[in-house]
Design a protein around this ligand. Structure first.
Ligand code: TRP
Length: 331
């Protein structure tokens, strides 16, 4: 039986947090052995909000290096930059003609981002889900690992694909969401009832993958807890619970095991241990990322190979689409 195709992408905008690592990247690493994986750096999505061009280019490379440093193996999967494969934009155009303005206006993320950037509600922002549909459908994807915030986008992808198939005949495989079992949700260190976010304005709320040891230690020391000094997870103790989740995710143990380990210990010791555990995981990743970034030719070669691989598959789907919609292709 052929391996299932799994597709995911992340934007090269902003600093990734330990939440992104536990919730996404680390899972990508495991999934590459199980499925035929395509991992893209979604720079075309990134420009739907203003980006500094030099910074965008640099962050694209940084993200590629980070993925590889985290264990994504370019020999096991297809790692590429979205804008390098023109089929994404081309398929998005065709899919646009099967997508309704009203349904795009109703997308939650579009509404949120429009409120956040009222001065720049551009067509790309509104079209974001259609480009995402193109990403996914080009590779005849079976599975998309999606968090809650992207689920609506996956739904619309399925709708658009089904519409195309109905109108023009079977062309696209309908993708399913892939729910990753492990990987607790990681919340803000300052507001532990909300998700840790790479765009949080409070720098102490998020631990970034690029934070050095001192910064990591300081952020955990300042993490919001409560006053009873007892390291147990419970609904009334969101701060401590979040720290326990982080600790167990980075130590690869259960929360119960972690609780046991800190029995009789206070928050001071606990926070130090969480900080050290996280810093110990980040240090080798950072060192490897730095090493890779110093070898631009190596990264360029990897991304070129990824582009070629991706293009080979994407082109097949796009040709089929162009034929079905009636575009003249010569004889
Ligand atoms: N929109 C996704 C995010 O910001 C990134 C993305 C782009 C994506 N294309 C995709 C995710 C296709 C999954 C599948 O997280």
């Amino acid at each position: 039986m052929e391996e299932k195709v799994l597709y995911s992408a992340a934007q090269p905008s902003g600093n990734l947090t330990i939440g992104n690592y536990i919730g996404a990247i680390r899972n990508w690493v495991n999934l590459q052995h199980e499925f035929t994986c395509y991992y893209a750096i979604a720079d075309m999505h990134a420009i739907t909000v203003r980006q500094d061009p030099a910074q965008l280019r640099h962050r694209t490379l940084e993200l590629a290096a980070l993925y590889i440093a985290c264990g994504i193996d370019p020999a096991q999967c297809t790692l590429y930059v979205q804008s390098n494969v023109s089929a994404h934009a081309e398929l998005a155009w065709v899919l646009n003609t099967l997508t309704y303005v009203g349904e795009m206006e109703r997308m939650t993320q579009f509404k949120d981002k429009s409120l956040k950037h009222p001065e720049n509600v551009n067509m790309g922002l509104m079209d974001y889900p259609v480009l995402m549909a193109a990403d996914i459908l080009l590779y005849q994807t079976d599975l998309v690992p999606v968090g809650i915030d992207q689920r609506q986008h996956l739904e619309i992808t399925r709708d658009i694909a089904a519409r195309f198939n109905n109108r023009y005949g079977e062309t696209f495989r309908l993708p399913e969401g892939y729910i990753v079992k492990e990987g607790a949700k990681i919340n803000s260190l300052q507001d532990p009832l909300h998700k840790m976010s790479k765009s949080d304005e409070n720098p102490n709320a998020s631990v970034y993958l690029s934070d050095d040891r001192d910064t990591v230690m300081r952020k955990f020391k300042r993490a919001v807890t409560d006053s009873d000094n007892c390291v147990v997870a419970s609904e009334e103790k969101p701060g401590v619970t979040n720290l326990l989740n982080i600790y167990s995710a980075f130590k690869n143990c259960t929360v119960a095991e972690a609780e046991k380990q800190f029995e009789g210990k206070g928050y001071g010791d606990f926070k130090t241990a969480v900080g050290e555990t996280v810093a110990d995981v980040l240090a080798p990743i950072q060192a490897e990322q730095k090493r890779l970034l110093a070898d631009k030719q190596y990264l360029a070669d990897i991304l070129k190979r990824g582009e070629e691989n991706a293009f080979r598959t994407a082109r097949k789907t796009l040709s089929k689409v162009y034929r079905k919609v009636g575009f003249y292709r010569g004889e």
